[in-house]
Design a protein around this ligand. Structure first.
Ligand SMILES: [Zn+2]
Length: 302
């Protein structure tokens, strides 16, 4: 056995044990408790269970939504009941050994670069398009991580004011406390919101995806979405200039998304500089846990 990876989410916690080839050999899932002491207890007992099954003490990596403030050690997380709590520290105290704790989007980015779509690239950017938007950037197979831990929170980059004006879109309040964050237009709920603005009706992302070729107003919704997402890719390209852009999350399942975004992003770039290849993630639903487990394994070696 190599390491234990935990995917901590708003509704479930899944623990996975990885063998020498980084394949899942054991997995166990429980509902996420709604009470903080119970959450810590649940995580500790899942790790204990995995240790016992593996009959050895393995490195533990946890991928979770939200951020840990490196200055205070306290969590900023909306979907799990650990807001303002020192979750990584409390888990370590409970299991009496260190854990590698990371944002779940960064864990997925690392997993895709080491095991998936970004294996041959030097600078890779992974973007998860789900109920929010987050991701990570890796250079030579290592995550870029700086002073604030906030790098990769792409969803909270400001939306293009030019596009807001062009399509007469309203300024929308974001869960982070600001207004006009790009994820309020481009994440799954944002795509539905765009359909409300354009058509007066609320359409789900699968409805928009399926009907975008046959329904003119939904085609317009999709065009606006692509332009907004392409503008985000433009900003990211101007900042980190990746060799590859890897899409993951619910919206990445939309048929033809990589081709549509490539076209929109090529148009959005300055001059004729184009955009890096846009591809889909390969790791499936084990990616986050595998990335966290891998990070924990590497941390033990260094
Ligand atoms: Zn925001």
């Amino acid at each position: 056995m190599k390491a234990i990876g935990i995917d901590l989410g708003g509704t479930k916690i899944e623990v996975q044990t990885f063998d020498q080839d980084w394949q899942v050999v054991d997995r166990h899932r429980v509902a996420t408790p709604e009470d903080y002491p119970e959450l810590v207890l649940a995580l500790a007992s899942l790790i204990d269970r995995a240790d016992k099954k593996a009959q050895q003490v393995l490195p533990v990596g946890i991928g979770a939504p939200g951020l840990i403030n490196p200055a205070t050690g306290l969590a900023l997380m909306a979907n799990v009941c650990a807001m303002g709590k020192p979750l990584p520290r409390d888990i370590q105290t409970a299991i009496k050994r260190p854990v590698t704790y990371m944002n779940d989007c960064r864990a997925l980015a690392l997993s895709e670069v080491v095991f998936g779509a970004g294996q041959s690239s030097r600078i890779a950017l992974a973007m998860i398009l789900g109920t929010g938007i987050g991701g990570g950037v890796t250079v030579d197979g290592k995550l870029l991580q700086g002073a604030t831990n906030a790098g990769g929170e792409f969803g909270h980059i400001s939306v293009s004011p030019y596009l807001l004006q062009k399509y007469n879109l309203p300024l929308i309040d974001c869960g982070c406390g600001r207004s006009g964050c790009v994820e309020t237009y481009v994440a799954g709920p944002g795509l539905t919101r765009l359909s409300e603005v354009v058509t007066g009706h609320s359409f789900s992302p699968p409805q928009i995806a399926q009907q975008r070729h046959s329904d003119q107003s939904l085609q317009k919704v999709w065009t606006i979405w692509c332009e907004l997402a392409a503008d985000l890719l433009r900003s990211l390209t101007l900042t980190v200039d990746p060799d590859i852009i890897i899409l993951a999350g619910g919206l990445s399942q939309i048929n033809g998304i990589a081709a549509d975004l490539t076209q929109a992003a090529n148009q959005a770039q300055i001059g004729d500089f184009g955009i890096a290849p846009i591809v889909l993630a390969q790791g499936g639903d084990s990616s986050g846990a595998r990335g966290a487990a891998y990070a924990a394994f590497r941390a033990m070696q260094s």
